[in-house]
Design a protein. Structure first.
Ligand code: UDX
Length: 438
């Protein structure tokens, strides 16, 4: 096993300043895969992003980016033009020609809470059929602890240990700021038992190593655990602050000032202290559930992590309770405007968004909804095709009994600049993100 060490990347830059151009294949062209592939191309590598979804690949080849992610279309266009970034559905061919393969397929939650890694397994199987030279195989997908070790064993059992250089390199980017996060990570975690693996990672991500990004080189199992432990910690922090917000409202304390005051203590820090309608998205809820399952399988009770999920459900229920109390305890035939359907601002992603839960409850209780979101309405229509969707935020405030703000988009925060803001003063508002009239 290679030695664990934390270093500042610049130390390496002086040793490894040779410019290597690698042929990279990224399997899975979703949020993680597209941002990763584009970033690696921007670093000078020749990258092919592949996907089973031929329509998605066709769209990308026609310059249509399937996700809303600030700055991504521009960098994709630049790298496509400069012939460093390609999109293809020919997975096997791309595997054969690659020096480095990144696995960035989805690992959704199964009904029992565990992560479904069947897509990762299929990709690994496929890679094993087509690699014919030593190739870096790097897992970007969030996989249950022990998966990379199992991948290593898989190749060893096939007599391919020398061909498959296994690396776990968890991704910490956040949707909505994924491009910024890619080029400015807080840390790089490389989990590998191969020194060739860590050397190749240094060269692939050379510009990040040159700018003193903290790098932790460790074994794959530790790297996987860092990812889960980080996301579960964020979940704990958010559930904690949501509970404190409820307390603040009950005792008449100012939540903004309470969280600001807490965040001034560097041991606590100012991030992830904004109360909201409960955390959502494709990672925090899913990864927290998966970590709990892994712990249970290993006979470990994670009371804090389990409480974070329970508190998140409580927070959602609390929002419904507040909506009812604003409307005289009945929702029947009440007209409700919704600002924000995405799970957070700057994304069109609605996975596990508060709006999914809240709107389902409101409709079940007989309310009528007018919804608006700057980017997520197309995705929401797939779940709720018959909802009344508005073409702007003002329309969603007309003839309603209550306006609920569920996502912290800038355009909602800046409502005081809008001509109609005076008419807003007559509307009852439930601002679950605390963004208005600070
Ligand atoms: C998260 C992790 O932050 C990232 O490191 C990992 O790679 C993927 O999972 P993401 O799901 O994109 O990223 O969203 P994030 O910005 O972390 O927000 C998660 C949820 O917490 C959202 O619903 C957001 O609205 C909520 N949140 C976040 C708050 O309610 N308050 C905050 O202060 C921060």
């Amino acid at each position: 096993m290679i030695k664990r060490y934390l270093l500042l990347a610049g130390v390496f830059a002086t040793i490894h300043n040779s410019l290597c151009v690698y042929k990279v294949t990224v399997i899975g062209s979703g949020y993680v895969g597209l941002v990763l592939g584009t970033g690696l191309a921007e670093f000078g590598n020749i990258v092919t992003c592949v996907d089973l979804d031929t329509e998605k690949i066709q769209a990308l080849n026609n310059g249509i980016i399937p996700i809303f992610e600030p700055q991504l279309p521009e960098i994709i266009a630049k790298n496509v033009k400069e012939k460093r970034l390609f999109f293809s559905a020919a997975i096997d061919e791309s595997i054969k020609t690659a020096d480095a393969i990144f696995i960035a397929v989805g690992t959704p939650t199964k009904p029992d809470g565990t992560a479904d890694i069947s897509a990762v397994e299929l990709v690994v199987e496929r890679i094993s059929k087509h690699i014919n030279k030593p190739t870096l195989i790097c897992t970007k997908s969030t996989v249950p602890i022990g998966t990379n070790h199992a991948i290593e064993i898989f190749f060893k059992n096939r007599g391919m240990a020398d061909l498959a250089i296994i690396v776990s390199n968890p991704e910490f980017l956040r949707e909505g700021s994924a491009v910024h996060d890619f080029f400015n990570p807080d840390r790089i975690v490389i989990g590998t038992n191969s020194s060739l693996g860590s050397d190749m990672m240094r060269q692939l991500f050379a510009p990040l190593f040159e700018k003193q990004t903290p790098v932790l080189i460790t074994d794959p199992t530790t790297a996987e655990t860092i990812k889960y432990a980080s996301n579960a910690f964020l979940a704990v922090k958010l559930s904690y602050v949501n509970e404190i917000d409820r307390l603040c409202q009950a005792v008449g304390a100012n939540t903004h000032e309470v969280t600001y005051g807490m965040g001034l203590d560097p041991r606590i820090g100012k991030y992830y202290l904004k109360p909201g309608p409960g955390f959502g998205g494709s990672c925090l809820p899913k990864d927290t559930r998966a970590l709990l399952q892994t712990a249970t399988e290993n006979g470990i009770k994670l009371s804090m992590v389990s409480a974070a999920l329970e508190a998140n459900n409580d927070q959602r229920a609390w929002i419904i309770h507040k909506i009812k109390s604003h409307l005289g305890n009945t929702l029947q035939n009440k007209k409700i405007g919704i600002w924000g359907l995405a799970f957070k601002a700057n994304t069109d992603d609605i996975r596990e968004s508060a709006a999914l839960y809240v709107i389902k409850e409101l409709l079940a209780n007989g309310a009528q909804i007018k919804a608006y979101d700057p980017a997520a309405m197309q995705n929401f229509k797939k779940e709720f095709p018959t909802l009344c969707y508005c073409s702007n935020k003002k329309e969603a405030t007309e003839s309603i009994d209550l306006l609920i703000i569920l996502t912290d988009w800038d355009e909602f925060k800046e409502v005081h600049n809008d001509q109609f803001h005076l008419s807003m003063e007559k509307i009852k508002i439930l601002d679950t993100r605390n963004i208005l009239f600070k």
